[in-house]
Design a binder for this molecule. Structure first.
Ligand code: ZN
Length: 188
């Protein structure tokens, strides 16, 4: 960020008083422009055991497959965002289930949240940001052509949990998530 979005003045990089790291500060109007990680929300939409994936029509990762997901918008909840992305990218009206993964992507300054979701009917279509949308059996998942590590990790955990008949919540680093089975954590 070079110019103040509040007054247009050139910004300085300095550590504000009482803070402990450099920020973009406006010497004219005094605004401190904090930049924080972004939240990505999405779903694992399932219809009769098959998972709905979208082939991306936009960069990054044009032509690769992804679960429907995108940046959370202002004035919406994580649930609303996940359902909105599923509608916009896959043309699917999903019923939202519980949170399944919350994965940190430190190098991109992002946190990705995926919710399990149920598709009541096999109705879907490619939205503006998708080239194609398809239901996949586990055996047909295009593992080599997935767009993002969070999608790969989420799908692997999903099929592992499903085969064991119990879904856990998985959180932490995208490369080394920690699994939290129901009832695994007891207050001392
Ligand atoms: Zn300013």
């Amino acid at each position: 960020m070079k110019y103040c979005s509040n007054c247009g003045h050139t910004l300085d990089i300095r550590i504000p008083e009482g803070d402990n790291r450099p920020r973009s500060c406006c010497p004219q109007c005094g605004t401190i422009h904090y930049v924080n990680p972004k939240i990505v929300v999405g779903t694992i939409p399932v219809y009769q055991g098959q998972v709905l994936l979208c082939k991306r029509a936009i960069e990054p990762r044009y032509g690769y497959w992804t679960l429907p997901a995108g940046f959370m918008e202002l004035a919406e909840t994580t649930h609303e965002g996940a359902l909105r992305e599923t509608w916009e990218e896959a043309g699917a009206k999903a019923e939202l289930g519980p949170l399944f993964t919350m994965l940190d992507v430190k190098r991109a300054d992002q946190v990705h949240l995926f919710f399990r979701a149920h598709l009541p009917t096999p109705d879907y279509s490619a939205g503006e940001e998708s080239l194609d949308v398809q239901l996949f059996d586990e055996a047909d998942i295009p593992w080599q052509d997935l767009a993002f590590k969070t999608v790969e990790t989420t799908l692997k955990l999903f099929f592992k949990d499903r085969s064991q008949g119990q879904y856990s919540l998985h959180t932490g680093d995208v490369f080394e998530p920690v699994s939290w089975p129901a009832e695994s954590f007891k207050p001392q």
